[in-house]
Ligand binder design. Structure first.
Ligand code: RTP
Ligand code: MG
Length: 196
């Protein structure tokens, strides 16, 4: 009896040392169960979250997708390679395929535009590669790196100039603000898939 009690005490001490947590109380677990993205700040310590806010915007991260045209034409590897060469580090990465619902939600800002239907069906045509990228001044620099929406107007050596065929099928997406970079990254990646 005494032996059993002492074993129980030892086991409970180890559980304490290992900081076992009840999975159901874990935000990441609840987020995955509910299939809802959780904003990064919900996971930050209060001090760190405050620092991020007082620093103003989180200008060191952007979100990108290598669109179905570039993927289908075999440019995914070259585009990722170029992104790394330009000094971005990858903080989240996945190959996936959008549903019309998800593509429509992602580009909801354009829902009144005449090209919306075409855009949604193009984005669901095949696999995409989604990524969160980090570098100083990431959003603005990445927009320069991809070039103008219409590849015919894009500067030489930009990703769209090199790999895109038309204004509709233009190889890559890049977030247009720090705020949208965070929203889009959280839309595509759970917190468990985003790295520091
Ligand atoms: P993105 O959001 O994909 O990075 O592109 P963007 O900011 O350069 O351009 P945006 O105005 O946000 O348009 C979103 C995407 O819609 C398609 N589009 N088609 N047919 C057209 O006139 C037209 N205009 C835009 C493109 O795929 C564009 O990237
Ligand atoms: Mg845009």
């Amino acid at each position: 009896m005494l032996v059993a009690v002492s074993q129980l005490l030892v086991a409970s001490r180890w559980l304490g040392v290992l900081k076992f947590r009840n999975l159901k109380n874990c935000k990441e677990y609840q987020c995955l169960r509910n299939q809802q993205p959780v904003t990064r700040n919900q996971h930050l310590s209060p001090t760190f979250a405050a620092e991020k806010q007082t620093n103003g915007t989180m200008s060191n991260r952007t979100f990108t997708m290598i669109k179905p045209d570039a993927f289908k034409n075999g440019h995914g590897g070259a585009i990722l390679d170029r992104i790394l060469q330009e000094g971005y580090s990858i903080k989240a990465l996945k190959m996936t395929k959008l549903t019309p619902e998800k593509a429509g939600e992602f580009y909801a800002i354009h829902k009144e535009r005449p090209f919306f239907g075409e855009l949604v069906s193009f984005m669901c045509e095949g696999p995409i590669i989604a990524a969160i990228l980090e570098k100083e001044n990431a959003v603005e620099d990445f927009r320069k790196l991809i070039g103008a929406t219409d590849p015919a107007k894009a500067e030489a050596n930009t990703i769209r100039k090199l790999y895109a065929a038309s204004i509709g099928e233009n190889a890559v997406h890049g977030s247009d603000s720090d705020e949208n970079a965070k929203i889009e990254g959280d839309f595509m990646f759970s917190m468990l898939e985003q790295f520091q």
